[in-house]
Design a protein around this ligand. Structure first.
Ligand code: PBG
Length: 304
């Protein structure tokens, strides 16, 4: 009766990995319960999610080919573009978020165009805007740039409006830290950088005030939702953003945070259901409206 925080399926978004093929469900070793799905399987999975009360998914693509320019990211026949069309066709009410980034599509695994050994911010922003347009054309409801280049929210908003997609929303990964908790995802998405790391564009885990500055910039540039990522190690920043900004706030309970719970549960060291629901509740309590979590479907089942 006096409980302050509510956790329900409508607050959860399920990340999904689309891969080429037909009838394929390929497990990700480092993320028990997570599979890379071919498009027909993805459509079936989305139906189950909707039935469980999960109304939204975040799509990542695992393409069959990669190149220096990450051209699969903005190909109208790319894996994500085809998956979005199939999903919206089968489930018009499903809210489809798409990941806008290049790391799954570049041969070197960096989140942008590499010139002289480092990522070129401004060329990358142009390619990201092109990617966002291709997702909008396929029917995406929300594009979600996870690259962390400067100025990309404004550029994407401008381009979407210019090309007839004023209703497509942008969720900015505003404060995305250069975190050790993305390891399992990089196995799932096959996006580990071939050299170097992402500290040139992702944030220093030690910087809280800078994170708020990044959120403020994305708000100014036209973001519709802002995200803090990872979630659990950065609950303070979810809370501080909640106090300071009016926009919906999303938090990403990332792969490493998920796999740690799964690993401890598999060893019998924790009560998985209780620990997972406590974790998700704490992210809501900190102030997140939406939680992106690999636990979405399972948690929806537990929550009934
Ligand atoms: C790509 C991207 C990453 C994640 C989401 N989008 C990985 C990275 O930045 O290396 C991580 C998600 C997770 O760990 O669950 N830019």
């Amino acid at each position: 009766m006096v409980r302050e925080t509510e956790l329900s399926a409508r607050h959860l978004v399920q990340p999904l990995f689309a891969r080429p093929g037909e009838g394929v469900r390929e497990p990700v070793d480092s993320m028990p319960g997570v599979e890379r799905l071919s498009i027909n399987e993805l459509v079936g999975e989305a139906g189950e999610l909707l039935a469980a009360g999960i109304g939204a998914v975040l799509l990542f693509g695992v393409p069959s080919e990669k190149d220096e320019l990450g051209s699969g990211a903005y190909d109208s026949e790319g894996i994500v573009q085809m998956a979005v069309r199939a999903l919206k066709d089968a489930h018009p009410d499903l809210v489809v978020f798409t990941d806008v980034c290049m790391c799954e599509y570049t041969s070197h695994g960096h989140c942008g165009f590499v010139r002289g050994g480092s990522v070129d911010n401004d060329i990358t922003v142009e390619l990201l805007a092109k990617t966002a347009i291709s997702h909008a054309e396929a029917g995406a409801d929300v594009v979600a740039p996870s690259d962390m280049m400067d100025g990309r929210i404004g550029a994407i908003r401008h381009q979407l409006d210019e090309e007839g997609h004023p209703d497509v929303a942008i969720m900015a990964y505003s404060a995305k830290f250069a975190s050790a908790f993305y390891g399992p995802f990089r196995e799932a998405a096959d996006s580990t950088p071939a050299y170097g790391d992402r500290r040139g564009y992702q944030m220093d885990p030690a910087n809280g005030r800078e994170a708020l500055r990044e959120v403020a910039l994305d708000v100014e540039e036209g973001a519709d939702l802002v995200m803090i990522k990872p979630a659990v190690a950065y609950l303070d920043l979810i809370a501080r953003s909640r106090d300071r900004f009016e926009l919906p706030i999303a938090a990403y309970h990332v792969s490493g945070e998920y796999s740690m719970l799964k690993a401890a549960a598999a060893n019998g060291w924790i009560d998985e259901r209780a620990a997972a629901l406590e974790t998700l509740t704490s992210i809501r309590r900190a102030g997140a409206d939406l939680i992106f979590t690999y636990y979405a479907k399972e948690a929806a089942g537990w929550l009934g």
